[in-house]
Design a protein around this ligand. Structure first.
Ligand code: UGA
Length: 450
C-alpha cells in the first residue's frame, strides 16, 4: 500500500521505517526543511537501535522517501499516518495545533479517498475533532476521509522491535471497512510473515499479536490509560522502596516475588529515581487534566506524579547526607538519558539531579554513552568526559543515574582506585551491593538495606 507519514520525529521514523520494512511504499513528510535535508542525505537525527539499518535497507530497496512537500505526500498516499508532536501546554493539556495544521493540509490537498490515522498520542475525542476538521477544511474538495486511531506502544530504545513484534495492535474505527484497511496495513506483522531486519530470520518465539478493534474514543483512551497505569506501577514500587528502607527489607526481593504472580507481572516494578522521558510525565498530566475537564478528579494519578517528583528530592538528600557538604565536591554522574539505549534526555530524572547539584555548588563531571551532546547546551558548566573512567577520576562521589549495561560491566575495583572517596549512590539499583561493599565502596542504593 502507498503510505505517507506526516511528522518525521521518533514515532514517524520508526513507523515509516518499519512499514517500509514489511513491504509498503512509504513517503515520510515533515515541514522542518533542515530535518528533511538531513534525512535525504541519509542522516538519522536520533539514536534508536536498528533504526538506521532499517531505513537504509528500505532506502536501497526504494521503499522509503523523505520530503518537505506535505501536499504531494498527502496526494500520493492511500493511508496517512499523523505522527506529529503533541507537547504539553503550560496547563498540562496536550497541544494539538500540529494535528490541526496537518488536518488542514490533508483536507485541502486530497483528491481521492484517504484513510487518516492518528498515531500521535492524543486525548480522547481528538478523533471526533479531526473528523470535523477534515470535513470543514475539505468541504470544497469532495474527498472522503476515514479517521482511525492507532496508538503506539513503542518504548524508546527498543521501538523497532516493538513495532515489528507488538503484543497488540489497537485500531479505533467507526466503520468496519476502516478496520479491514488497517488489518491490510499490518497483515505481515500480524501473520509474522516478513523478513525481520532486527533478528535476521531468528525472531524470538511468541504469540502473534492481537488485533484489537474498538471505537475511536476507546482506542484513544487505551493509550493514556496504559501509560498512566505503568507510571502508577513505578510510583508504587518507589514508595514500596521507601518503606523497605525504613523496615530493613529489600525492594528487589519483594518486587521479584510480587512479579511472579501473573496478575501483577514483573515489569515496571523497578524502583529508582523515578520515571522520565517525553511520555509518562506528560501523559499522566494530560490524562488527569482530561478527567478534570470531564468533571472527575483522578487523584490516584496526581499522587503518582507527586511521588515521582519527590524521588529527585529524596535522592539529592541522600547525596547530601553521604557527602555532608556538596559545595566544592566533585560529583561524577554516570548516565544522563532518561533510560538506557536512547539519546533522549527530555524530562530525564538525571538532568534534574544535575541541576540541583550545580545549584548547590558541586563540580559535576558526567558521562553518558549517547546523551551528552543534547545535554551540553543545557548545562555548559558540566565537564563532559570521553568515558566512564575519565568521569570518575578524582570523584568525591559517583551518582549512577541511568542503567546503561556498560556501567554494570565497569571494572569497579579500578574505579575504586581512581576516586578520592569511594562513595557510590546507585539511583537505579544496577549494581550488586555485596560486591560493591566487598570492594570497599560506601554504597547506597534504593530500597535495599545499607
Ligand atoms: C513509554 C511506554 O512504555 C510505551 O509503551 C509508550 O509507547 C511510550 O511511553 C509512548 O507513549 O510513546 P518510553 O517512554 O520509551 O515508553 O520508556 P519506558 O520504558 O516506559 O520508561 C519510562 C520511564 O520509566 C523511564 O524513565 C524509565 O527509567 C522509568 N522506569 C521504567 C522505571 O523507573 N522503572 C521501571 O520499572 C520501568
Amino acid at each position: 500500500m502507498r503510505i505517507s507519514i506526516v511528522g518525521c520525529g521518533y514515532v514517524g521514523l520508526v513507523t515509516g521505517g518499519c512499514l517500509a520494512a514489511v513491504g509498503h511504499q512509504v513517503n515520510c513528510a515533515d515541514s522542518d526543511a533542515e530535518r528533511v535535508r538531513a534525512l535525504v542525505a541519509g542522516h538519522i537525527p536520533i539514536y534508536e537501535p536498528h533504526l538506521e539499518e532499517v531505513i537504509s535497507r528500505a532506502r536501497s530497496d526504494k521503499r522509503i522517501e523523505f520530503t518537505g512537500n506535505l501536499a504531494a505526500a498527502v496526494e500520493s498516499a492511500e493511508a496517512i499516518f499523523i505522527c506529529v508532536g503533541t507537547p504539553p501546554l503550560e496547563n498540562g493539556e496536550a497541544d494539538l495545533s500540529a494535528i490541526d495544521a496537518v488536518a488542514r493540509v490533508i483536507a485541502t490537498e486530497a483528491r481521492g479517498p484517504k484513510l487518516v490515522i492518528e498515531k500521535s498520542t492524543v486525548p480522547v475525542r481528538t478523533g471526533e475533532q479531526l473528523r470535523r476538521a477534515l470535513e470543514v477544511y475539505g468541504r470544497t474538495s469532495g474527498a472522503k476521509f476515514q479517521v482511525v486511531s492507532n496508538p503506539e506502544f513503542l518504548r524508546e530504545g527498543s521501538s523497532v522491535c516493538d513495532f515489528l513484534h507488538p503484543d497488540r495492535i489497537v485500531v479505533g474505527v467507526d466503520e468496519p471497512a476502516a478496520a479491514e484497511k488497517m488489518r491490510e496495513i499490518y497483515r505481515s506483522i500480524l501473520e509474522r510473515k516478513f523478513q525481520c531486519p532486527v533478528h535476521n530470520g531468528a525472531c524470538p518465539p511468541g504469540a502473534p499479536p492481537q488485533f484489537v478493534v474498538t471505537t475511536i474514543n476507546s482506542s484513544e483512551l487505551i493509550k493514556h490509560a496504559s501509560n498512566s497505569f505503568l507510571a502508577l506501577k513505578i510510583s508504587y514500587a518507589n514508595q514500596l522502596a521507601d518503606l523497605c528502607e525504613r523496615l530493613g527489607a529489600d525492594v528487589e526481593e519483594v518486587t521479584r516475588a510480587m512479579g511472579l504472580d501473573p496478575r501483577i507481572g514483573p515489569q515496571f516494578l523497578r524502583a529508582g529515581i523515578g520515571f522520565g522521558g517525553f511520555c509518562f510525565p506528560k501523559d499522566i498530566q494530560a490524562f488527569y487534566r482530561l478527567a478534570e475537564r470531564a468533571g472527575m478528579d483522578f487523584m490516584l494519578l496526581k499522587e503518582a506524579e507527586r511521588i515521582n517528583k519527590s524521588r529527585i528530592d529524596q535522592f539529592v538528600e541522600k547525596a547530601r547526607r553521604a557527602l555532608w557538604v556538596l559545595k566544592g565536591k566533585q560529583v561524577s554522574v554516570l548516565g544522563l538519558s532518561f533510560k538506557p539505549n536512547t539519546d533522549d534526555i527530555r524530562f530525564a530524572p538525571a538532568l534534574e539531579i544535575v541541576r540541583r547539584l550545580l545549584a548547590e555548588g558541586a563540580m559535576v563531571h558526567a558521562y553518558d554513552p549517547q546523551g551528552m551532546k543534547k545535554t551540553q547546551a543545557e548545562f555548559p558548566t558540566v565537564k563532559y568526559c570521553e568515558n566512564a573512567y575519565d568521569a570518575v577520576s578524582g570523584a568525591d562521589a559517583v551518582l549512577l543515574l541511568t542503567e546503561w549495561p556498560e556501567f554494570r560491566e565497569l571494572d569497579w575495583a579500578r574505579v575504586h582506585g581512581m576516586m578520592v572517596r569511594p562513595l557510590v549512590l546507585d539511583g537505579r539499583n544496577l549494581l550488586d551491593p555485596g560486591k560493591m561493599r566487598g570492594l570497599g565502596f560506601e554504597y547506597h542504593c534504593i530500597g535495599r538495606p545499607d
